[in-house]
Design a protein around this ligand. Structure first.
Ligand code: DER
Length: 236
């Protein structure tokens, strides 16, 4: 499909540009775009990859590394990462992004912060001017189960997201449970409110019971978007 092609295009372009022979510790994100990142890294050859270690951002990411026969590492062993490449749900004109569509944003933010270089790869749907344009579920928020109702109440009445909801699972009864054993709240805001994502992120993060917020502000050095016409848009 055009979307899959554009994901592959973004991933291949980013890997060719940012995963160089001298990069030995590499953070691998989550979602449906990063498999193309790993595919391109594998194509760089076993000779190069045998001296590298790959750090996952969750169960899916770990499985991708293992099934691709790449060396698996842990952020405990490698607290400093050369490059982390990850997907995103939306990226605005200042490289702020919404992440957490896959409920992996806590570990993703740890590896994004630990990396000297943090690169985003996505299809053309994610390339927006302001957050909240295309990704309608809103800002993913990882919360401890004990506090989810309180956080939900605060989002509705204080933080200005009256339509915030607890993310319910599809193939499981009850709510989605993250790799860390927590719940996810999705909090939609309108475009106007998302012109200053840093302020929203900080206020949500302060709520008791919030573990991490799926807004990554001023963290990425570049974002690559595959386009339907086969071109690539780079934001930096
Ligand atoms: O959850 C995340 O932040 C993931 O990176 C994810 O949202 C990216 O999604 P996609 O690569 O499947 O579009």
């Amino acid at each position: 499909s055009a979307i899959e092609q554009s994901k592959r295009l973004a991933a291949y372009t980013a890997v060719d540009k940012h995963i160089l022979p001298e990069h030995k510790v590499i953070g691998i994100g989550s979602g449906s775009t990063v498999p193309y990142v790993v595919e391109r890294i594998v194509s760089q050859g076993a000779e190069l990859n045998k001296d590298r270690v790959f750090i996952p951002t969750g169960f899916q990411s770990k499985e991708l590394i293992v099934l691709s026969a790449l060396n698996l590492g842990d952020v405990d062993q490698y607290p400093t990462i050369d490059v982390t490449i990850d997907g995103a749900d939306e990226v605005d004109h200042e490289l702020n992004c919404i992440k957490g569509g896959g409920a992996c944003h806590l570990r993703e933010k740890v590896l994004a912060e630990a990396a000297k270089t943090f690169i985003l790869v996505a299809d053309y749907r994610k390339n927006v001017k302001y957050l909240g344009t295309n990704f309608t579920p809103g800002v993913p928020i990882e919360v401890v189960p004990f506090a989810y109702a309180k956080v939900l109440q605060n989002m509705h009445h204080i933080l200005g997201s009256p339509r915030a909801t607890l993310r319910m699972a599809v193939a499981k009864a009850g709510p989605v449970v993250s790799d860390n054993g927590n719940f996810i709240i999705d909090a939609p805001f309108d475009n106007g409110q998302m012109k200053e994502p840093l302020g929203i992120m900080a206020r949500i993060k302060m709520l008791t019971g919030v573990v991490e917020v799926g807004l990554f502000c001023h963290m990425a050095q570049a974002a690559y978007f595959g386009n339907q016409d086969g071109s690539v848009t780079v934001k930096r």
